[in-house]
Design a protein around this ligand. Structure first.
Ligand code: GLC
Length: 567
């Protein structure tokens, strides 16, 4: 049962569920809410404090559910609100809390407000919930400015008037099916408070806030130029046109007042890709309380970088009054087993675009390193986040066929290039236009979980999975690894169980090792964690070995391995 502890989240182990790929209870190929309920015992076996569910709301799936058509409902393909309540109850009964993903920057173009905006006139109250502008050019045929979107060349799409004629343009930071809200509009602000209340009253324990740094925009500068390059170098002073503006914090201070009306207060974590020094404000106790630290997720396997990042983030977290968060995987990035199995510095997108053929990946090495890194972050003060399948050592599926891919990153980042190809029929070279994809996308880390070594979709469901699983996922299934000593699942289960007992106060210190490839940290209660990145076998100091990410050589710690000791 859950304790009414207001600080439960400070050092929690939190598991991200991507609902459409977790477990399919009805055989339609899509994971669903009842599937999560069925997985409750499994989640319990991982000694988790909480799970975070990526969006399960009604959606046209233009961006894996991050295009929400109704914030206060469940996608009928995934279940009903009743199913949601039953799931919440089942997880709570196992002592696991639940986070819901809130997507406040944009809705789906299928949202009733957006549909109403399209049907209404320029300047209307309905249009003012979004960001509509007249186009440039003689007949408004040019977009209002050069803003670029993450998934399409332009951040503007021209709308159609109800009579079919071309109308105003609307702004979307992501796909055209994801129109951005106008957060200067009080009606939008109030509606999100209603949504947060709706889920809090149902008993949801926390929220993950999607692109939390993008809500406020400087509309007075919407006539200025802003290229993709600009979005890559946001200044750390709150002055950017689109991202991390100071005014955004007013929104979260209002949300905090709502969160604190519950017992225990609802918690929240910001997804904000901002410089480390700017993260603290999102994480402060009078705002969201926590913010994702993505520094490790963006870093190669390097002792120097890990040490720098940990030191910096622990200092920053204590400045803000929050605890730090540690993340190695999520639904947006290449899985660690693959990333660490490739040479440091590999351009992962280019590698994916080659279907994983340009460089041979060493999965055995990647798995070893991924486990070692996971046990390292679990020993740090703060929250350990993990992403479904990480505990099974799943690798990135790099060779999905174009017809199977769903991510707009793949389908929308396309350029046309003139190419000469030999046409068999005509028996000659012909010049034509070929589509060149610039991004492979994120489907490779969203392939459904294998639960059993064989059968349709490896026990994910009774039918074909919505993204095909590779043959090699069978031996990595939950059933194949359960009770197998030394399997990745076994290493995770043991580590998470121990972690729950060992996490006490948030102090920690670095201990000198004499080898720059070996990091040693200790916690106040005599818990030591030593990680050998790429050094020679390292002789362990005194202490009882509690657990290791891979076998030790007697009292020696080989490279790519982490050990926990009790001194
Ligand atoms: C966040 C999500 C990502 C999504 C984007 C737009 O970054 O993690 O999956 O595509 O927001 O909502």
């Amino acid at each position: 049962m859950l304790k009414k502890d207001a600080n439960w989240w400070r050092q929690a182990a939190i598991y991200q569920i991507y609902p459409r790929s977790f477990k399919d209870s009805d055989g339609d190929g899509l994971g669903d809410i009842k599937g999560i309920t069925q997985g409750a015992k499994y989640l319990k076996s991982l000694s988790l404090d909480a799970v975070w569910l990526s969006p399960f709301f009604p959606s046209a799936l233009a961006d894996g559910g991050y295009d929400v058509a109704d914030y206060r409902n469940v996608d009928p393909r995934l279940g009903t609100l009743k199913d949601f309540d039953a799931m919440l109850k089942a997880l709570h009964a196992e002592g696991i809390r639940v986070f819901v993903d809130i997507v406040p920057n944009h809705s789906s173009d299928q949202h009733e407000w957006f549909q109403a905006a399209l049907a209404a006139k320029p300047g209307s109250k309905e249009r003012n919930r979004y960001i509509f502008r007249d186009g440039r050019g003689k007949n408004g045929e040019l977009p209002p400015n050069d803003f670029v979107s993450h998934f399409a060349p332009s951040a503007w799409t021209r709308s159609k008037n109800p009579d079919g004629s071309a109308g105003q343009w609307y702004f979307h930071m992501f796909a055209p099916e994801q129109p951005d809200f106008n957060w200067d509009n009080r009606e939008v602000q109030l509606d999100f408070l209603k949504t947060l209340k709706f889920w809090s009253v149902r008993g949801v324990d926390g929220f993950r806030i999607d692109v939390a740094h993008a809500l406020k925009k400087d509309f007075t500068r919407f006539n200025k130029s802003y290229t993709k390059m600009d979005s890559m170098k946001i200044k750390a002073d709150g002055s950017d046109i689109l991202f991390d503006r100071d005014e955004v914090h007013k929104i979260y201070r209002e949300w905090r007042k709502l969160f604190n009306q519950y017992n225990p207060p609802r918690v929240a974590v910001a997804e904000a890709y901002v410089p480390a020094s700017r993260r603290t404000q999102y994480a402060s106790p009078d705002e969201l309380g926590q913010a994702f630290n993505f520094d490790l997720l963006q870093t190669p396997f390097s002792s120097k970088e890990y040490k720098r990042i940990v030191t910096e983030n622990i200092e920053l977290a204590s400045e803000s009054g929050s605890s730090s968060t540690w993340v190695l995987n999520n639904h947006d990035v290449v899985r660690t087993v693959t990333k660490f199995g490739l040479p440091n510095g590999t351009d992962l997108n280019q590698w994916l675009l080659s279907d994983g053929k340009s460089i041979k990946v060493d999965l055995a090495l990647g798995e070893k390193r991924a486990r070692a890194a996971a046990m390292f972050i679990m020993a740090l003060p703060g929250c350990s986040y993990m992403y479904q399948g990480e505990e099974l050592g799943l690798f990135e599926v790099a060779d999905l066929r174009p017809e199977d891919m769903q991510d707009p990153n793949w389908s929308r980042n396309v350029v046309l290039k003139k190419e000469r190809v030999f046409f068999k029929k005509q028996g000659k070279m012909i010049t034509g236009l070929a589509e060149i994809h610039l991004e492979k996308g994120r489907d490779g880390c969203r392939v459904p979980l294998p639960w059993r070594p064989s059968g349709p979709s490896f026990g994910f469901g009774a039918g074909k999975a919505h993204l095909p699983q590779p043959r090699e996922y069978g031996p990595l299934s939950v059933q194949s690894q359960s009770n197998v000593k030394g399997s990745t699942l076994d290493i995770y289960r043991t580590a998470l169980k121990l972690r729950k007992k060992l996490q006490t106060t948030e102090e920690f210190e670095w201990i000198k090792t004499g080898d720059p490839q070996v990091l040693h940290l200790s916690r106040k209660n005599g818990w030591h964690c030593i990680m050998n990145f790429d050094g020679a076998d390292f002789t362990l100091p005194q202490g009882e070995v509690l657990h290791s990410s891979s076998p030790l050589k007697g009292r020696k710690l080989p490279k790519n391995t982490t050990v926990w000791l009790k001194a």
